[in-house]
Design a protein around this ligand. Structure first.
Ligand SMILES: [Zn+2]
Length: 256
């Protein structure tokens, strides 16, 4: 296992140190689990950068081998719309992944905007990726609204949680503090889900330089004035996470 010194300094620790799961352990107090391999499951090209880029960069820098499974080509976006948007966004995903130090990406072509209608297929895709990459855990947008309120984000997370429960894997869920979510919702008439401090047991300090470079690789999407930039402003150099342990044998499993 590679255990390079982590860059992500601990900001606070809460329940991150309780309820440990067998396949993880803290690395030097960062709050992030030390995983040899992580699988990121997202809905759209750019989710791995706009949303998870800071966390992915921290994992990679700490020595985790990160792979990304993206479930749509993001063809429904109003930004950069055109007949070749799928190809454009696939290329942007690959470029952003290289910037973040991601080992591999797999892009599936389920319908952008319609993931919730294809949950069994998503579960199959996540299962295939887990078998292929043998991750120690998954990284996803948080459940309970998928952070942004986008149904695709929630569907991708539901599929990941289903497979994680089936395979006995922990899931690192990216979340926003309720203060940040409320501000974004007020300013952008958005539907972000926020959590109280006690629901944010892992708080890490991230270096956003590579994330911003990765965002720049998504040229078709990183438009000025978007909620993305405001969210980064509000978060500063902090990211908030929750680690969901795998179910114990006597716990009910998540149903599809
Ligand atoms: Zn998205």
């Amino acid at each position: 296992m590679t255990t390079e010194p982590a860059s992500a300094a601990p900001v606070m620790t809460g329940r991150a140190t309780s309820g440990h799961v067998p396949t993880t352990h803290d690395q030097g107090g960062t709050g992030l689990p030390t995983w040899d391999r992580a699988l990121v499951v997202v809905a759209h090209p750019d989710d791995e950068s706009f949303g998870l880029g800071g966390v992915i960069e921290s994992l990679v820098r700490a020595g985790t081998d990160v792979s990304v499974l993206c479930l749509t080509a993001g063809e429904a976006s109003s930004h950069g719309a055109g007949p070749d948007l799928k190809q454009v966004r696939a290329a942007e995903l690959d470029a952003a992944a290289r910037v973040l130090g991601v080992r591999s990406t797999v892009l599936r072509h389920h319908p952008d905007g319609g993931l919730s209608d294809h949950l069994p297929a998503l579960v199959t895709d996540v299962t295939t990726a887990v078998v292929q990459h043998e991750p120690d855990g998954l990284l996803v947008f948080g459940a309970g609204g998928g952070v942004t309120g986008h149904p695709d984000h929630e569907a991708a997370t539901t599929a990941a949680l289903t497979v994680a429960a089936d395979q006995g894997l922990p899931v690192l869920q990216w979340r926003l503090p309720d203060t940040v979510a409320h501000t974004l919702n007020d300013e952008f008439n958005a539907a972000f889900t926020g959590f109280a401090p006690e629901e944010l047991p892992i708080v890490i300090r991230v270096d956003r330089r590579r994330q911003r470079q990765a965002i720049a690789a998504h040229a078709s999407q990183a438009v000025p004035g978007s909620v993305l930039w405001r969210r980064l402003d509000l978060l500063g150099d902090l990211e908030y996470l929750h680690l969901t342990p795998p179910p114990t044998p006597d716990q009910p499993r998540i149903q599809e």
